[in-house]
Design a protein around this ligand. Structure first.
Ligand SMILES: [Zn+2]
Length: 265
């Protein structure tokens, strides 16, 4: 942790001043860097207390960045503001747009914007568009959406049950796009939850699983290296002891044998 001496005002969204980004004076800021030694993933979080220059409201801002968003094209920071500027109606997104492939993430973000704005018909169409973007990303093209969803199952990208859920999104989207039928808020909420669950299964869980695999392999490699190191001197105990006294360079790495050379008081 390191305190950040910030004198330049920062832009933060302010609902009291029209909802746009307004200059805020930084009252306090502290930066915390982190790194996972096993995977090499790293990032930072900046904690800021800021005051709006317009209405003088004080807010807590968390700005973070890390290397674990594989689809973020802008490599951008995530900014969270407390208390949340959103109106009571605004939905908290279950996923970050940048954890998804470009086009899928863009469709997801726009669909949420439509939902938050109360544009229910557009949100219904957006749910359908997310499914289209998902098919495109998975390399399923041609035919209508019904055929594309079936192709996702045939290609092993989706289980049959998941495809049934996607068909519900399709029905909802069809009513919105073709019949201009305004979906209900609860239909949209259900639709969003289904699509978020599927996107998480397809795009986010594999990244977590890959991280777990990397850490497991790193631990196994470390264990094997430690075992090999401690096995060596035991096999050739006498020559190793002799060579280490005459030429230290020939001996095995001294820094790694800390466990064998506990200092005695
Ligand atoms: Zn303000």
């Amino acid at each position: 942790m390191a305190e950040v001496k910030e004198t330049v005002p920062i832009p933060v969204q302010c609902n009291h001043c029209g909802g746009g980004h307004k200059k805020h004076d930084v009252l306090f800021a502290e930066k915390s860097d982190w790194e996972d030694p096993e995977t090499g993933e790293h990032g930072y979080v900046i904690y800021t207390v800021a005051r709006c220059r317009g209405c003088e409201t004080i807010r807590f801002v968390m700005t973070s960045w890390d290397t674990s968003s594989p689809y973020d094209p802008y490599d951008s920071e995530t900014v969270r503001v407390f208390p949340d500027n959103a109106s009571a109606d605004r939905r908290t997104p279950a996923l970050s747009q940048f954890d998804l492939p470009d086009k899928v993430g863009q469709m997801y973000a726009e669909t949420l914007q439509a939902y938050d704005a109360g544009a229910h018909t557009l949100c219904g169409a957006g749910l359908r568009a997310i499914v289209e973007a998902l098919c495109l990303d998975q390399g399923v093209a041609g035919g209508n959406l019904l055929k594309k969803i079936e192709a996702l199952v045939a290609g092993g990208h989706l289980a049959k049950k998941q495809a049934d859920h996607l068909h519900e999104e399709r029905y909802l989207g069809n009513s919105a796009v073709h019949e201009m039928e305004k979906p209900s808020k609860s239909d949209l909420e259900d639709g969003l939850q289904i699509i978020e669950g599927l996107l998480k299964t397809i795009y986010i869980l594999p990244v977590h699983a890959e991280g777990m695999k990397k850490r497991r392999e790193a631990r196994a490699a470390k264990k094997a290296a430690t075992a090999a190191k401690s096995a060596k001197p035991a096999k050739t105990a006498a020559p190793a002891a002799a060579s280490s006294s005459s030429s230290p360079a020939a001996g095995s790495k001294p820094s790694g044998t800390g466990a064998l050379k506990k200092p005695k008081s």
